[in-house]
Design a protein around this ligand. Sequence first.
Ligand SMILES: Cc1cc2nc3c(=O)[nH]c(=O)nc-3n(C[C@H](O)[C@H](O)[C@H](O)COP(=O)(O)OP(=O)(O)OC[C@H]3O[C@@H](n4cnc5c(N)ncnc54)[C@H](O)[C@@H]3O)c2cc1C
Length: 459
Amino acid sequence: MEIATFVEQLKTASLSSKTTIWADPSKADFQDSLARRTDVGKKQPGAIIMPASEDDAAKIVKLAVESSVPFVAKAGGHSAWSTIGSSGFVLDFSLMRAVEVDTGRQTATASAGTLIGDIVDAVAEQGYCRGLHTVDHRGGITVLAPLIGFGSDNIVSARMITAKGDLITVSKDENAELLYAIKAAGQFFGVVTSLTVKIHPLSILGSPEGSVWSASLLFDVSKAADVARAAIEVKKTTTRSYCLTGVMPAPPTLDPIILVLVIHLGSKADGEEAFKPILDLGPLAVPASSEVPFGKVNEGFQAFESKGGFKRWLAVGMTSLDQFQPEDMTRLVDQRGTITEKYPSAKPTGSVIEFTSDGPWNQVTAENETAWSTRDVATWCHLLCWASEEEAVDYAHEIAEESMRHIRRNQPKYQFSIYGNFSRIAPLEQRYKGAERLEKVRGLKLKWDPNGVFTNEFL
Ligand SMILES: Cc1cc2nc3c(=O)[nH]c(=O)nc-3n(C[C@H](O)[C@H](O)[C@H](O)COP(=O)(O)OP(=O)(O)OC[C@H]3O[C@@H](n4cnc5c(N)ncnc54)[C@H](O)[C@@H]3O)c2cc1C
């Protein structure tokens, strides 16, 4: 069915008055709502449909499935995939941003358009925390991993619209097999209208009021290898830490600098002790270093979150710390230099390693067997290609692939990992590791979405 006819039909589908349909791309609101994390592959849809309720979302999806009109869901727009061409529509969840906290059950239920900050703030008001940095049914890396497991481990249940347009509950009691799939591959199985996740008392953070130590440190690029060596030592010796470090552009010139962002789930004094190997190297500057409420630590990462520009991102999993040699960081600095010399518009490009400590996981039950498949990753190496021209970002990506081959030189092939939230072109076996897991997820896809309503991934 033509998208214009579909939109006309929706007008008679008794949707609630708050549900909004935009079908005129010349309008500023329409264009503004298309802002995405990256302009690579960004398309203009035939319509943007914003359901105001779960029932409306289900009616819209059912009609789209019956009419064979393609669509894609959009929540925060921080991926490269919530985009579709003019024959389809974006199911935009911006109007469904609500969080219900149940302190009795220690859960929070977030509707589909909820952003990480919304849920972190809502649970903090009640004395609880949950993972940052992750949109659970699509991912899992989180600052809180040492204490509570990965983001997707913390999913309790979901409400989901299936490929037939049916609204179902997914939990350990209902449609339990889908719980396996939505823990890290949710976007390929249905439209999740709300997600219920575990929440944890702020006291697990090591201070009654739930503050943590958050700092950013800057070093000259000549210290790249020393900082990487010290960071790897921190990974080996701490149990409550998060660290991201590597070569990044320093404003306003965007010349390279070694940036270290750290979070310690505890006091500043304990954090400084944990990160002593890095602090001892004598940072050039310390733009931030204080105890902050847990929910505020995301603010230190805002530069990474901006929308627009051409970005391509490769997140390569290292399954042992020995696989990333400190000198690799110097090589990454040099590789960035090669890119920016040829294309100065690629100066926002950077490369970092990112890890959390191996902590006392057993404080909560983490589900081990799910679609989430990178528990064996000791540290991620993010190769973030970013430019204002597409040709430049493609060149940066070519160099990033070369860097990836280099840092994988000591890794057995079967351990290769790519974080699926940043790539859909890497081989599936590297994004969903383990033959048994892949077979299971493929079987579930064939059962629940055989016609690829939610992409042909796994088919
Ligand atoms: C700066 C930055 C930092 C990040 N850090 C982390 C991190 O630390 N840990 C981590 O795990 N991930 C991280 N990510 C990855 C991020 O979690 C994923 O890209 C996530 O999918 C983005 O969600 P979104 O709602 O903003 O994106 P969107 O682009 O809106 O959606 C992402 C995908 O999910 C689909 N989708 C959206 N809503 C629904 C729905 N209701 N039901 C089903 N499918 C839906 C979309 O169609 C699309 O395919 C980071 C991303 C960025 C840009």
